[in-house]
Design a binder for this molecule. Structure first.
Ligand code: CP
Ligand code: NVA
Length: 318
C-alpha cells in the first residue's frame, strides 16, 4: 500500500465542507466537555506526538492554543522563533522542512509569505498547518464558526459582515462563506479591497458575497459583524491605513444597523478606539473571548484530523 500524503491544512478552500464541518463538530464536543470541567482529553489520543510551532511573527492565541491543545491531547510541543533558528540566517525552508520532519509529527508555521508555507508543506513529510500568513488565517475562521454556532445555532444561511481592511482574515472569511454556507457582505476602503480572485472562487462554489465601501450598508441585518486591526503584522504604511480606514470603525451605529441579536467578533489582538470602540468590544453583543477560547477547541480537532489517520473522528472522540 502507498502511504497517505501528510494532511496539510493550508487554506479552507483545500478541503471539503464535510471535513471542515467534522472539525467544528468535534471542537464543539471538546468545548462542551470543557464546560463540565474536562480540559485534557481523558484518553490522550495523541500520546507521544510532538508538534513544532515555528513563528516568524509574534503570536499569543495561536501559539498558546496550539501548544496547550497538543498537551491536552497527550502530546508535546516545541515552539521556535525563526530568528533563533538557522532559518533566520539562510538555511532553506526545504532543508528545514526535511530536518524538522525527522523530529516532530506535525508543524504549525506563522510566516509573512504564503509561498514559504507552501514550500514547507511541499518538503515536509509531516502535516503542516497554517498559523497565519499575510495571505490567510484559516484556523481563525473555524473558531469563528464554532463561536457563532455556540451562540446562534447553525451558521448555514446566516448573514455575516466584514468591516475594515480586505486582509488575510477577510480572505479566509470569504473562503469560509463557500465552505460553511453563510452570506457575507464586505465593506472595505476602495484602496484596500478583499481579494478578487478569492471572491470569484467563492462565488463559483455558490457563495453569496457582496462588496461595498459603506460600513452601515454591510452591517444592515447581519447576524455577525467581524473586523480586524487596521495595520496587520508586516504592513509598513500605518499612516495611510489610518486615513483610509477611519470611516470603517465598528461603533454603536454599526451594531445598531446590524440589530440587537447580532454578534461582534474580532480575531484579536484588538486596537481599541481604532477598528472597534470600547463600547462594542466590551458590550453585550461581543463574543471575542469565546472566539479566542474556541481557538483551543478547534486546534485540538485539527490536530486530531492531521495526526489521527483515517479514523480520526473515532480516535479523537470523547
Ligand atoms: N488571532 C490570532 O491569531 O492571535 P495571535 O496573533 O495572538 O496568535
Ligand atoms: N490581520 C492580522 C491578524 C492577527 C491575528 C495580522 O495579520 O497581523
Amino acid at each position: 500500500t502507498v502511504a497517505e500524503p501528510p494532511r496539510h491544512f493550508l487554506d479552507l478552500r483545500d478541503h471539503t465542507p464535510a471535513m471542515l464541518r467534522g472539525i467544528v463538530d468535534l471542537a464543539r464536543s471538546y468545548q462542551e466537555f470543557s464546560r463540565i470541567g474536562g480540559r485534557a482529553h481523558p484518553r490522550r489520543p495523541l500520546d507521544g506526538c510532538t508538534l513544532g510551532i515555528v513563528l516568524e511573527k509574534p503570536s499569543t492565541r495561536t501559539r498558546v492554543s496550539f501548544e496547550v491543545a497538543i498537551r491536552q491531547m497527550g502530546g508535546d510541543a516545541v515552539v521556535l522563533s525563526s530568528r533563533d533558528m538557522q532559518l533566520g540566517r539562510g538555511e532553506t525552508i526545504a532543508d528545514t522542512a526535511r530536518v524538522l520532519s525527522r523530529y516532530v509529527d506535525a508543524l504549525v508555521l506563522r510566516t509573512s509569505g504564503h509561498d514559504k508555507l507552501r514550500e514547507l508543506a511541499d518538503y515536509a513529510t509531516v502535516p503542516v498547518i497554517n498559523g497565519l500568513t499575510s495571505r490567510s488565517h484559516p484556523v481563525q475562521i473555524l473558531a469563528e464558526v464554532l463561536a457563532f454556532e455556540t451562540h446562534r445555532g447553525p451558521v448555514q444561511g446566516s448573514r455575516w459582515a466584514w468591516i475594515g481592511d480586505g486582509n488575510n482574515v477577510a480572505r479566509s472569511l470569504i473562503e469560509g462563506a463557500a465552505q460553511f454556507g453563510y452570506r457575507l457582505a464586505l465593506a472595505t476602503p476602495e484602496a484596500l479591497p478583499p481579494c478578487a480572485e478569492t471572491i470569484d472562487w467563492a462565488r463559483a462554489q455558490g457563495a453569496r458575497i457582496e462588496t461595498s465601501h459603506d460600513k452601515l450598508e454591510a452591517a444592515r441585518g447581519a447576524d455577525c459583524v467581524v473586523t480586524d486591526t487596521w495595520v496587520s503584522m508586516g504592513d509598513e504604511d500605518a499612516d495611510r491605513r489610518f486615513d483610509l480606514l477611519s470611516a470603517f470603525q465598528v461603533d454603536e451605529r454599526v451594531m445598531q444597523a446590524a440589530g440587537p441579536d447580532a454578534l461582534f467578533m474580532h480575531c484579536l489582538p484588538a486596537h481599541r478606539g481604532e477598528e472597534v470602540t470600547d463600547s462594542v468590544i466590551d458590550g453585550p453583543q461581543s463574543v471575542v473571548f469565546d472566539e479566542a477560547e474556541a481557538r483551543l477547541h478547534v486546534q485540538k480537532a485539527l490536530l486530531a484530523w492531521a495526526l489521527g489517520g483515517r479514523d480520526w473522528v473515532k480516535l479523537a472522540s470523547l
